[in-house]
Design a binder for this molecule. Structure first.
Ligand code: GDP
Ligand code: IMO
Ligand code: MG
Length: 430
């Protein structure tokens, strides 16, 4: 397999983890490159269901190195809980000790980051982003404001102490006077950091530079994306986005590699669309179709349990995702969820409700999205169970027509089709 990045191509939850898990079989080194425990990644392997948030799902295989790259943000106590959960499902702690690595350059999500995220969400009322309240935005804010705490800082008490003398007075003023929240003493923070150091110590890869050239020369690399292009900090529905770059471009930076390390970018799309949190979603269906998609698709968040908003496939935003996400091929998931729909819609343009103008490009200013409604093309459904199909030829004719239509519009090949949550329920197209 070529070095491959798996990118969510819609608003997250496209089924990336299932695709990553399948591709991981062919990889030696699997790395997350952005995001934190805001992600909720489900893998169903041999009938067992695993929920990942930070840990690359490649940990389900023996002898594959799984890394959290420099571009990730880590809440060590959440990570510890996740490791314990996965261990309780039968993955040995030895495998974690041998195969799970953390970049010393990744940033730490501190308690004050989750305090601020929670406060903002609870107080912004109708202007809230609908975040996962995992402290993601505030952690990346400090990273880019050059006042974050990195994993490596936890292992240098003197440097950490000096850093805190600079960071903490500022952070406490912010907590007290901007957010009306409780300040932290230096002692509190040192205690928190000591706990985090102990949790992370077995996994931090201080020799990552030494190992990297061997990985680049001799290993097959899989970059595991979280979130999705439409949640990208630059290209998503800003400000209703996450705070990192989940695109193929983001992968190289977040995994400490050059762009030449990536040879293939698989964009994962659901056969319809979902979104959790606030922000525009032009094809959102508030009628029976949306409810039916949510029920059949089991569309409830892995991380927060929130019901996902549902709607039809938006080919305009999908084309934009292919472009800015740097996608070279498509994995289409949850095609089976459409099995019982008589008609299936694809948005092929947007109509300006005020002027009647039809546009076929993605308007990047999210505040204008309320002016647009989707223009749909309707495909006939196949009204049969496809969950047992294992080859393209076995798919019903109308399902093939739906796939052809998507390929035509997106100008990109669909190479993987998922017809159920299990590893086996997958069709590969050469
Ligand atoms: P991710 O965040 O992109 O990895 O996706 P999530 O795990 O949050 O959500 C995808 C959900 O759909 C999970 O419950 C998967 O087990 C499930 N899933 C993945 N592929 C398929 C599929 O082809 N059909 C069905 N019915 N479910 C799927
Ligand atoms: P996976 O990897 C779906 C959404 C949140 C919110 C916005 C910002 O499972 O696809 P954040 O907590 O990141 O500051 O929230 O992004 N969001 C996701 N939506 N899947 C995810 O991850 C998400 N991670 C964040 O709901 O709208
Ligand atoms: Mg998810």
């Amino acid at each position: 397999m070529k070095n491959t990045v798996v990118v969510g191509a819609q608003f997250g939850d496209e089924g990336k983890a299932k695709i990553t898990d399948i591709l991981a079989k062919e990889a030696d080194f699997i790395t997350r490159f952005q995001g934190g425990s805001n992600a909720g990644h489900t893998v169903v392997a041999d009938g067992k269901k695993y929920a990942f948030h930070l840990i690359p799902s490649g940990i389900l295989y023996e002898n594959k190195i799984c890394m959290l790259g420099a571009g990730c943000v880590i809440k060590p106590d959440d990570l510890e809980k996740e490791i314990n959960d996965i261990v309780s499902q039968g993955v040995s702690i030895e495998r974690f000790k041998n195969c799970f690595k953390i970049s010393p350059l990744a940033h730490i999500t501190m308690k004050y980051h989750t305090d601020i995220d929670g406060y903002s969400e609870n107080n912004l009322k109708e202007n809230k982003i609908g975040t996962t309240k995992k402290g993601i935005g505030p952690t990346y804010t400090d990273k880019y404001n050059r006042c974050g705490i990195r994993v490596e800082d936890l292992f240098h008490p003197e440097i950490l102490s000096k850093k805190l003398d600079i960071i903490l007075p500022k952070k406490n003023r912010e907590l007290e006077f901007v957010y009306n929240l409780k300040p932290y003493s230096k002692e509190d923070i040192l205690k928190e950091c000591e706990l985090y150091r102990k949790i992370l110590a077995p996994y931090v890869d201080f020799k990552w530079e030494d190992n990297l050239s061997d990985i680049l020369k001799n290993k097959t690399i899989l970059f595991e994306g979280a979130q999705g292009v439409m949640l990208d900090i630059d290209y998503g529905t800003y400000p209703y986005v996450t705070s990192s770059s989940p695109t193929a471009g983001g992968a190289a930076i977040g995994a400490s590699m050059g762009v030449s390390a990536i040879q293939r970018a698989v964009g994962v799309f659901k056969a319809y669309m979902t979104r959790v949190g606030e922000g525009a979603f032009i094809t959102e269906s508030l009628d029976d179709d949306g409810e039916k998609l949510r029920t059949i698709g089991g569309e409830f968040g892995v991380t927060t349990g929130r019901p996902r908003r549902c709607g039809w496939f938006d080919a305009i935003s999908a084309k934009y995702s292919v472009l800015v996400g740097g996608l070279t091929e498509i994995a289409l998931t949850k095609l089976d969820v459409l099995d019982s729909f008589k008609e299936i819609k694809i948005a092929v343009a947007y109509k300006n409700k005020k002027t009647g103008e039809i546009i076929k490009y993605y308007p990047t200013n999210v505040y204008t999205h309320k002016d647009f409604e989707p223009v749909y093309e309707t495909c006939q459904g196949w009204l049969s169970d496809i969950t047992k199909c294992r080859t393209y030829d076995e798919l019903p004719q109308n399902a093939k027509l739906y796939l052809k239509k998507l390929e035509e519009i997106l100008g990109t090949k669909i190479t993987i089709i998922s017809v159920g949550p299990d590893r086996e329920q997958t069709i590969f197209i050469q």
